[in-house]
Design a protein around this ligand. Structure first.
Ligand code: NAD
Ligand code: WQD
Length: 341
């Protein structure tokens, strides 16, 4: 019988792509999402992409009764926990909301797992948990830290998971530190579609390409990098999705818990990203140089050896594919999802 997985936040950007790969790998999957940063129509899109009816329950991870009901209705083998809030600036304005959703939400999921006897969880962590003074490549043994409430919630969740494992040796956790997700599914039917103005580079560039915004504001061109703009490790969301399948497979095989970076090991600058996207969409995208954004680092990219060694994971898709798939999505699929859809 197929393993059954609960995806929290499964209609969001990374969750929806992971769903497609899980179905392709033969898993049964149930999605819960409260739609605070995704649209109900994504569920239909997932059906189109996979050819399998989507088992979606609208529920909030803060609603313990709803969570308990989902665990009563299904016999899960593992959970992949994506649900959470991710806007760094908003987390500075509303730290309590971030502690509530990201930390209490994950604790609720762990408690529901405990009652149901579910012993495997994959968690969406972030490169933001590295101490900002560490030089790249960032490896998993380096000291951690945080620069804002969002980063604090990710680091706290990692620590809670580690202590929960200590208390219950049967509990296995896959902590995945994502670098900068980019791109969309090759079908053009799912992709990144934030409900608010995006803070992240790639969704912002895509909206300049679509004409929604007139130009990109580049936050500083005086960094110690070859062209002066910030360098990040952009990883195709389809590669990230594949990393989740490998992570949950390792946990279900009862391998040891793991904590790994998911990146490519290579960095690109803001200008390189803008140029690559300009090539993908067929026109030079306008930009203006602005002062540095508070808290930004010059360069971050991952050391990728541990993910390869423990999970057999390597990213395979390059920058052109990230930009062309994103443009395909923006130009075709994204337009079809109505605002309330
Ligand atoms: P996303 O906002 O597209 O997806 C998150 C999903 O969770 C959304 O569909 C949202 O509606 C849902 N959600 C939020 N709060 C919920 C709640 N209380 N109950 C139920 N559902 C809820 O974000 P994403 O980019 O897919 O990120 C997924 C996870 O990965 C998040 O935890 C995020 O912090 C983490 N992460 C993201 C990035 C990134 O740059 N995108 C990088 C590192 C880590
Ligand atoms: C990338 C580069 C910007 C927007 C953030 C979070 C981190 C993680 C990923 C979740 C930087 C520049 C950006 C713009 C720009 N999220 N930029 N103009 O800062 O690496 O990380 O998202 O865990 O926690 O902090 O990603 O996409 O915001 O920025 O010039 O409009 O693009 O200065 O150099 P970042 P980003």
């Amino acid at each position: 019988m197929a393993f059954k997985i609960l995806l929290t936040g499964g209609l969001g950007y990374i969750g929806s792509h992971t769903y497609v790969d899980l179905i392709a790998a033969g898993f049964d999957v149930v999605i819960i999402d409260n739609l605070c940063n995704s649209k109900r129509g994504v569920s239909d899109r997932l059906e189109q992409v996979t050819g399998v009816p989507t088992d979606f329950v609208e529920a909030d991870v803060l609603d313990k009764a709803a969570l308990a009901q989902v665990f009563t209705d299904h016999n899960f083998d593992a959970v992949i926990h994506f649900a959470g809030l991710k806007a760094v600036g908003e987390s500075v304005e509303k730290p309590l909301q971030y502690f509530q959703v990201n930390v209490v939400g994950m604790v609720n999921v762990l408690q529901a797992m405990q009652v149901a006897g579910v012993k495997s969880i994959v968690f969406s962590s972030s490169a933001t948990v590295y101490d900002p003074i560490q030089p790249s490549p960032l490896n998993e043994g380096m000291p951690t830290g945080y620069a804002n409430p969002y980063g604090y919630t990710k680091l706290t969740c990692e620590q809670i998971l580690q202590q929960a494992c200590h208390a219950d040796p049967d509990l296995k956790t896959g902590i995945l530190r994502y670098f900068n997700p980019a791109g969309a599914h090759a079908s053009g039917l799912i992709g990144e579609d934030p409900n608010d103005i995006p803070n992240n580079l790639m969704p912002y560039i895509s909206r300049v390409a679509s004409g929604d915004y007139p130009f990109l504001r580049i936050w500083g061109n005086d960094y110690d990098t070859p062209d002066g703009t910030g360098i990040r490790d952009y990883i195709h969301v389809a590669d990230l999705a594949a990393g989740h399948v490998k992570s949950v497979q390792a946990l279900l095989s009862r391998e040891a818990s793991h904590l790994v970076n998911l990146g490519t090991g290579k960095g690109y600058s803001v200008l390189e990203m803008l140029n690559a996207y300009s090539t993908a969409c067929g026109r030079a995208l306008p930009y203006e140089i602005m002062p540095r954004r508070a808290g930004d680092l010059a360069t971050t990219f991952a050391e990728v050896g541990r993910a390869k060694q423990l999970l057999g994971f390597s990213a395979t898709r390059g920058l052109d594919e990230m930009c062309s798939s994103s443009w395909h999505w923006i130009n075709t699929g994204a337009k079809l999802v109505s605002p309330d859809g």
